[in-house]
Design a protein around this ligand. Structure first.
Ligand code: GMT
Length: 377
């Protein structure tokens, strides 16, 4: 495989698409490619020095005459500048809106050519695609890209439902770094969190947006808790947090719900857990499910978006209809009470990460796509 100079643009703050883009950049760098992040701030997972990873900050000036800072124009200009200076072969942009459109603008402005790969992550299609004023810009961003990928087949199909385009879209699943996400020894962490040996641990990790249905998670947990000793760990923060805290306060098992806020060392928290819950109303993939599975934690998820492509019903977890909290509780109690079945599910979850979602094979899929569209200077 030829070594490439790859530019990556994503939203660098906490969120699945930023995590995926950063992890991909790190793995590509380890495989000898030169990586240039062109983002508004340092991607948060870029937490150590890599000799072949560079960061180019998009400077968004606040001009007093403009009501809104021109991020998109500043990004397009920066992409054009970096591509020329660094002789970038291919840009990989995450999100059709605004990033694919910015890459197209950069290509028009620039006097050197480069390939463009766009990855659709979900919100750019499932939310913006519902807004009629956004359909044409999304279509434009998709069609101006050389190659478009979606993180699940469900997202690909939703894109065709919402956006009138003939463009070929390839499914390339999310992955995790298996060296980080693996079962780890947690010492006496369970005891430090006040979790007794006879208690099972359920976990939910998200940005607490309304679409994550954290209230359904709390309701399902309360039904589980009525049946058996258990704790619920809620990890993350976001707009729904206050409402959820209020809701939990009014329940009989409020002491059994642990609010952990945003956390860095997720593999430790997953390693303490027995079951992951992701009951979203929209979810193009559910990267947190894969993180948990890599640590040997099966999941219960809704029959929504890409979740059924991640969880194999009856093998690595269960799929339930959105809002059916009693089905969640029923599956959870049955599985958590049956130690040998739980052990099987845990093993299958790890195996799925190593086979269907192996980072090496997914990074190779991206490399093959870059190789097809790379422009050599
Ligand atoms: O889930 C979120 O709220 C964050 C969002 C994002 O744009 O970063 O995540 C999306 O991309 C992830 C990485 O591909 C997927 O695993 C998430 O399922 C997807 N979120 C939604 O579709 C709601």
């Amino acid at each position: 495989m030829r070594k490439l100079k790859i530019g990556i643009t994503c939203y660098p703050t906490v969120g699945g698409s930023g995590v995926l883009a950063t992890e991909l950049g790190k793995m590509l760098a380890e495989r000898g490619h030169e990586i240039h992040f062109i983002t508004s701030s340092m991607p948060f997972r870029l937490n150590r020095m890599y000799p072949n990873i560079f960061f180019h900050e998009v400077d968004v000036n606040q001009y007093s005459v403009f009501q809104y800072p021109p991020y998109d124009i500043a990004l397009a200009s920066k992409i054009a500048e970096v591509v020329k200076e660094q002789q970038i072969n291919v840009m990989h942009v995450h999100y059709a809106i605004p990033h694919a459109v910015c890459a197209a603008l950069a290509r028009n402005m620039s006097d050197v050519d480069f390939g463009v790969v766009t990855t659709l992550h979900g919100t750019d299609i499932t939310v913006l695609g519902q807004d009629s004023s956004m359909v044409k810009p999304i279509k434009y961003g998709i069609e101006a890209s050389d190659i478009v990928t979606a993180v699940s087949t469900a997202l690909k199909e939703q894109t065709y439902d919402l956006i009138p385009t003939e463009k070929d879209i390839e499914t390339v699943y999310n992955f995790v770094d298996e060296r980080v996400y693996k079962p780890v020894d947690v010492g006496n962490l369970r005891a430090q969190f006040g979790i007794r040996d006879d208690e099972k641990v359920l976990i939910h990790v998200s940005n607490f947006r309304k679409i994550k249905n954290v209230d359904h998670i709390v309701e399902a947990f309360m039904s589980v808790r009525k049946e058996m000793p258990a704790k619920l760990m809620l990890v993350g923060d976001g707009p729904e947090m206050n409402r959820i805290m209020q809701m939990v306060k009014e329940t009989p098992y409020k002491e059994d719900v642990l609010f952990l806020g945003r956390q860095e060392n997720l593999s430790e928290l997953y390693s303490m857990s027995d079951l992951m819950l992701l009951l979203s109303s929209k979810e193009s993939f559910g990267l947190v499910l894969l993180e948990a599975m890599a640590c040997g934690v099966p999941g219960i998820g809704t029959n929504v978006g890409g979740i059924p492509e991640v969880i194999e019903h009856g093998k690595t977890g269960f799929i339930v209809e959105e809002g059916d909290v009693e089905a969640v509780a029923k599956h959870a109690v049955a599985l958590l009470r049956d130690e040998s079945r739980l052990a099987q599910f845990k093993a299958h979850a790890k195996e799925a990460v190593a086979t269907r979602f192996s980072s090496a094979s997914i990074v190779e899929q991206y490399e093959a796509l870059y190789d097809k569209v790379a422009v050599w200077h």
